[in-house]
Structures are given as C-alpha cells and as structure tokens.
Design a protein around this ligand. Structure first.
Ligand SMILES: Nc1ncnc2c1ncn2[C@@H]1O[C@H](COP(=O)(O)OP(=O)(O)OP(=O)(O)O)[C@@H](O)[C@H]1O
Ligand SMILES: [Mg+2]
Length: 408
C-alpha cells in the first residue's frame, strides 16, 4: 500500500484531537502534526501516532502557519491536509489550496464558518433559515430589528459556545444586549425561532453521509448557557426513523449539498417548531464538541475517531451503523466557588442506575471549579445509555436533579 501522507492541524489540543491522530495512524496514514505545543510537551501516548511534528509559535495565526508548513514540507508531497478543530478548519483549506492537495476549498469551508454566508447559501437552495441581517454597528442593528421584529437574537457572526448570544424581546433588551457586545465586530441579528433544538451530525464522503446521527439538547442551549443552576443534557436519539425527525434529517442532507460538503465530519443544529416546521440553525465542517463523538460511539458501539480517518483517507466507512442505545450526557455545575468539596446523591444514583452509566467524570474532590460560561463540560459529566428513549430521558433527568456538586 502506498503511504497516505496527512498533515493534521492541532493534533494534541483540544484533547480529543489525540483520538483523531490515533485514528489516522490506525488506518495507515503517516501523520504530520502541526501545533503550538512544544514537541517535548506532547503526551507520550500521542507520539507513536505522529510520523513528524512541526511546532509553530501561534496555531491561530493563519498566514504564519501556511508559510511555515509550506517551508517545512518543501519537496515532500502530501495527500491530505485536515483539521477537526473549528478555529483551524480554514487554515487547513488555505494550506490545501497552497499545496495543491485535494479536499474542500477555502470558499466551501467559508460557507461552514461564516454564519451569514452559510444562511445565505442554505436559503438560496430553497431551505428554511431564520430571517437574519448581518450588522456591524448599533445603528445597523436597530434598523435590522425594525425589519425582523421581536423577539430576536443577536450573536457574533463567528461565534462558538453561545458566547455573546442574546435574546431580546423589545428595544430596551436589545440596547442592553448591544452594550454587552461592544467587543464584537460583526454580528447576526435574527428572527427568534421557538422550538426544540437538535443536532444532525455526519461523517460524510463527497458530501453524502456514511454515518448520521441526531441528538436533542435539553434544554435549548441558550437557556442552558444562561442559567447556572441547570445541568445541561444532550441525548443521542437511537430511533432516527421516527416521523418527527424526518424533516430535520432531510434538511441536513440538503444543507450538505447546498454548502458543497466534501469528506469529513459535520455538526449541524436545527430547530423543530411546535407546528412541526423545521428551521436550519448552523453547521460546522468538523465534529461536535463536548464529547458528542463519544456519545455517538456509545450509541452504536463503534469508533468514529478511526472511522472518520478511514473516510477522509480512503473514502470508505466500515463500522456498523446499527443504533443500539440512546446515549445521554449530563453536565454538572457545582454550587459555590473554589474547590469541589462534596457530591451529594452520586453514590445513591450509581447504586440504583450504575449499570447504565458508561462514564463518570465529575471533577474529584479538591479540584478547582471550571468556568461554566467558558466550557459546556463545566465541572464534569456523567454519560449513560439505555435502549429505550423514555427511560434514558428519566435517567438523565435523575442525574441532572438528584446529584449536586458543592464547592467552597
Ligand atoms: N435564531 C435563533 N432563534 C432561536 N434561538 C437561537 C437562534 N440563534 C441562536 N439561538 C440560540 O442560541 C444558541 C447559540 O447559537 P448558535 O448555535 O448560532 O451559536 P454558537 O455560539 O455557535 O453555539 P454553540 O457553539 O454553542 O453551538 C443556539 O443553540 C440557540 O439556543
Ligand atoms: Mg450552536
């Protein structure tokens, strides 16, 4: 077999990137890692999967990374340039164009990064998106609000983690939101879509899903990100054939076509209104974060880290896609500040429901609380699964309400 040479950006951080590096090596790729972690600081478990490694001073400095990688590779032909971290997917595309490597173009990837451009392209394909206007100033936003009407949402064009995303029900709330958004250069002002929120995730080959997944957010992400007392829950849906999901799944397939998806992971979010109408939310050409890939793996008992690598390197997907479980993740936020001192209800929960729990990763006693606004994973999580949706939901809500972490 001819070696498949793959440049993989950010192979060690965020930590799950190490799993993709492993997957690439396991399907026979020579991995050329590029990151800002010093070589000596890479985890020893990662090193066997790296064929070579270039440390760059700033992985987010796109032009600099493109120059340095080009110089580093001089004379060496590579077959793929890949990235699974949202903020470097465009850098990978620029490198592909510079090096003449096949894969998604800068223009195609921009459709997955720029929230207004993505909505324009999805809408141009005749699909339902929230009415939205790109705004740069307070005056532009007020004018957009006139046009769109309340309630509305304002959020950064290139946002992540619901940061700086606000709902405004009237002009006063809009002014309050704008006052908190002064550091945001460009925003999207959108119609507020009221409904349930789901994901549509895929591993695609030439824009066609070889694997697809739907997960439900409980509650909706903006509510979960606004109220600290909530333990956010995400559940993968075992039964994707149920009629209430059909519209969202069909939308997902058409969005991939509209945006010119190539090979790799996609993570889309969509709304289902009470009247059944489905509305596009957003999409990235990379995997969902916050352990969603682990959840999908637990749903089917497969290894998508490796299967993604097979899809992008060799154009095949071999893992079985039969769905066995609904997999729920429950994120916990400790009450109080400082270090974790106590976890109430955990022992009882595990004694009663432990057989369904596949991971228990709550922060141990003595660890510093994390900033819940910055990370969805917060102070840790419990991952559980069950073949029956209602039972999975009950178990997830029990973990959300009966387990309490304390910090001081
Ligand atoms: N037009 C809208 N109508 C209703 N709710 C919305 C709308 N746009 C955004 N939201 C809410 O805000 C959340 C964050 O918005 P969005 O997903 O666009 O940004 P994000 O910061 O990329 O999110 P994340 O990285 O958490 O997925 C959504 O999941 C949804 O709950
Ligand atoms: Mg989102």
């Amino acid at each position: 077999m001819v070696a498949m040479k793959v440049v993989f950006l950010a192979p060690s951080y965020p930590p799950e990137m190490q799993q993709y590096t492993r997957g690439l090596a396991e399907v026979g790729a020579e991995v050329y890692g590029v990151g800002d972690t010093p070589l000596q600081a890479l985890p020893s478990t990662l090193k066997p999967y790296l064929h070579d490694y270039l440390q760059v001073p700033r992985i987010l400095d796109e032009a600099d990374v493109v120059e340095r990688v080009t110089t580093w590779l001089r004379g060496r032909q590579v077959d793929r340039v890949l990235a699974n971290w949202e903020i470097v997917v465009l850098t990978a595309a620029r490198l592909r164009e510079r090096l003449g490597v096949p894969g998604m173009t800068v223009d195609a990837v921009q459709g997955f990064r720029d929230k207004q451009l993505m909505k324009d392209r999805v809408a141009a394909a005749g699909l339902r998106v929230p009415r939205a206007v790109r705004v740069r100033t307070v005056a532009e936003t007020r004018a957009a609000a006139e046009q769109i009407g309340f309630p509305l949402i304002v959020k950064p064009i290139a946002g992540a983690g619901s940061a700086d995303t606000y709902r405004a029900d009237n002009a006063a709330e809009l002014d309050a939101a704008l006052a908190r958004m002064r550091h945001v250069a460009e925003a999207s002002c959108e119609e507020f879509v009221d409904g349930d929120e789901y994901t549509f995730d895929t591993v695609s080959i030439a824009g066609v899903p070889a694997f697809a997944n739907v997960a439900q957010y409980l509650p909706r992400p903006l509510a979960a990100r606004t109220n600290e007392w909530i333990s956010p829950v995400i559940i993968t849906v075992r039964d994707m054939a149920q009629p209430k999901l059909a519209g969202g799944i069909a939308l997902g397939h058409r969005v991939l076509g509209a945006l010119g998806m190539g090979d790799g992971f996609t993570h889309m979010e969509w709304f289902r209104k009470a009247d059944g109408e489905v509305v596009f939310g957003e999409i990235g050409c990379r995997p969902g974060g916050a352990h969603l890939v682990d959840q999908m793996n637990y749903t089917c008992d497969i290894d998508l880290f490796r299967e993604w690598a097979r899809a992008v390197c060799w154009g095949t997907f071999e893992a079985p896609v039969a769905r066995k479980y609904n997999a729920a993740i429950i994120f916990k936020r400790a009450k109080g500040h400082g270090r974790i001192t106590r976890i109430d209800g955990l022992r009882e929960f595990l004694a009663r429901h432990g057989e369904h729990v596949v991971e228990q990763r709550l922060l141990p006693f003595g660890s510093q609380r994390r900033d819940w606004k910055k990370t969805l994973v917060s102070d840790g999580y419990i991952l559980l699964r069950h073949p029956d949706w209602d039972r999975t939901y009950e178990l997830a809500m029990a973990a959300a309400t009966e387990i309490t972490m304390w910090a001081e």
